[in-house]
Ligand binder design. Structure first.
Ligand code: NAP
Length: 487
């Protein structure tokens, strides 16, 4: 076995449907590889539309008794699942680093972050309140919140654990059932998660995991099947738009956590060291492959040169390598194709006049590596301004005025996360309210946790994950008019 786990039974390679580990109907499998080494890790069952349909039917059946349980009982199962995840944090982290590439310390952090959503929603699920609306003397309006129904979820490879946990936890907490397709690059984390849910006592059918390389067949069934009442997706904006169109025919509710193009605005009055430290995390965490990664660094002209100097010195200290090595600060990107696409964006910027301060090349450690890169002399016409880079490349733009910074920040179809560094409290409010983003970090880039509403505006999506608002995505609001009270 190429992945060394304390509990080797957490390495699952079959689909989990209706409480059973099964192969795909056609016996097809797909290979999972380690992006750091190119090593073959496992062959995983690949399912299609038929298996997806069976999982959906099982979910509908399982939901009948699940939603009828007291919220406290559902909560207890989620709490057990949370504890098992924490107990197996190291194995889950090793699986994640093996298939996704991020350094082990980041994987451990993601496992804890993912688990925090399960604990949070185990608690919040007990607080699904309604309203009583005063009406005429002989009637009352009662508002109740009910589970939306069977939910289908599709998740990406960049956070193979947390993107699943923050969907399935609120869904199960309020009484829904879920069928989930994980990304083809990272199915092992998803399968280990559902194995732990199984050990926690998950009823058969309530949460099925459908690995597969035929995303269109699985997604097609999920979006067309009338049993499914809601589709929740995290991934790229083009796929999100496609799924929304597919959902239109059966008028399903959707939640979309899509791409970003986050600006970090650093004003002349900023604490420069704090800004550099914040950008290092926001840009290079997960080798630049997060939806809230700093994509455009906007620096005011008065501190531009000083910022570049400190920033470049810090990036030079990175140790890029296999995420399994304890001294690696940064790992590979997900595939060789991704590394090629990142390089194409850098080359296109350089061809249009950008300067490479550091990096700008494929990494020497393997096919999926790309050097941490800083670009200056960049403009708003370049692809690195317009497009999500999704790699360890930091283009640093110069601006003069607050108005210009706000206009540059908003000059994108995306609106997920933005950050600003300033010591001026008036500016904090003006800029925070003036930029069109679902989340704004002020003098802080580590903004996400289970207690906050995570989500975007514009083409970055709709819906919120985490916090008390994260329950709403899985609830229907029903109005009951109770009349004849004076009879
Ligand atoms: P992606 O290509 O959109 O894939 C995401 C998921 O969608 C994968 O499971 C993929 O399956 C599936 N998929 C692809 N085409 C499909 C189709 N036609 N029908 C049904 N499912 C389909 O995105 P990615 O490259 O993996 O992830 C990176 C993107 O996710 C970035 O844009 C990033 O910003 C975004 N993201 C957003 C958030 C957020 O919270 N807003 C968080 C993380 C990531 P296969 O793997 O089998 O192709």
């Amino acid at each position: 076995m190429t992945i060394q786990l304390n509990d080797s039974t957490l390495l699952k390679t079959q689909a989990y449907i209706d409480g059973q580990w099964v192969d795909g109907d056609k016996g097809e499998t797909f290979a999972v590889t380690n992006p750091a080494t190119g090593e073959h890790l496992a062959d995983v069952a690949s399912v299609g539309a038929d298996e997806t349909r069976r999982a959906i039917i099982a979910a509908e059946k399982a939901m009948v008794s699940w939603k009828a349980l007291p919220a406290k009982t559902r909560s207890e199962l989620l709490e057990r699942w949370y504890s098992l995840i924490i107990d197996n944090q190291e194995d889950l982290a090793v699986l994640m680093t093996a298939e996704q590439g991020k350094p082990l310390f980041e994987s451990r952090g993601e496992v804890a972050y993912g688990a925090s959503f399960i604990k949070w929603f185990a608690e919040e699920g007990k607080r699904v309140y309604g309203d009583i609306i005063p009406s005429t003397a002989d009637r009352r309006g009662v508002v109740v919140k009910q589970p939306v129904g069977v939910v289908a979820a599709i998740t990406p490879w960049n956070f193979p654990n947390a993107m699943i946990a923050r969907k399935v936890a609120p869904a199960l907490a309020v009484g829904c059932a879920m069928v989930l397709k994980p990304a083809a690059e990272t199915p092992l984390s998803a399968l280990a998660l559902v194995e732990l849910a199984n050990r926690a006592g998950l009823p058969a059918g309530l949460f099925s995991v459908l690995p597969g390389i035929n995303a269109q067949a699985i997604g097609g069934e999920m979006t067309s099947n009338t049993i499914v009442k809601k589709v929740t997706f995290t991934g790229s904006t083009p796929v999100g738009k496609l799924l929304m169109k597919q959902c239109a025919d059966t008028v399903k509710r959707t939640s979309m956590e899509l791409g970003g193009n986050a600006p970090v605005i650093i004003f002349d009055d900023a604490d420069l060291d704090a800004a550099v430290a914040g950008v290092l995390v926001a840009k290079y965490r997960n080798s630049g492959q997060t939806c809230i990664c700093a994509n455009r660094i906007l620096v005011q002209e008065g501190i531009y040169d000083a910022f570049i100097e400190k920033f470049a010195a810090a990036v030079k200290g990175f140790r890029v390598g296999n995420g399994m090595d304890a001294d690696s600060t940064h790992g590979p990107v997900i595939t060789e194709k991704a590394a090629t696409e990142i390089h194409a964006k850098v080359q296109s910027a350089v061809a249009e006049g950008a300067t490479v301060v550091i990096g700008g090349q494929a990494g020497s450690q393997g096919a999926c590596f790309y050097e941490p890169t800083i670009l200056t002399n960049v403009t708003d016409k370049m692809r690195v301004f317009r497009e999500e880079i999704f790699g360890p490349v930091a283009p640093v733009f110069k601006f003069s005025t607050e108005e210009q910074a706000i206009a540059m920040a908003n000059d994108t179809q995306f609106g997920l996360a933005a950050y600003l560094y300033t010591e001026n409290m008036g500016r904090v409010w003006r800029v925070s309210e003036g930029i069109d983003y679902g989340m704004v970090g002020v003098n802080e880039t580590a903004i996400s946790s289970e207690v906050i509403p995570f989500g975007g505006m514009k083409e970055s999506g709709q819906g919120r994950e985490g916090s008390k608002y994260g329950l709403d995505d899985y609830l229907e609001t029903k109005y009951i008019c109770i009349g004849g009270l004076n009879r």
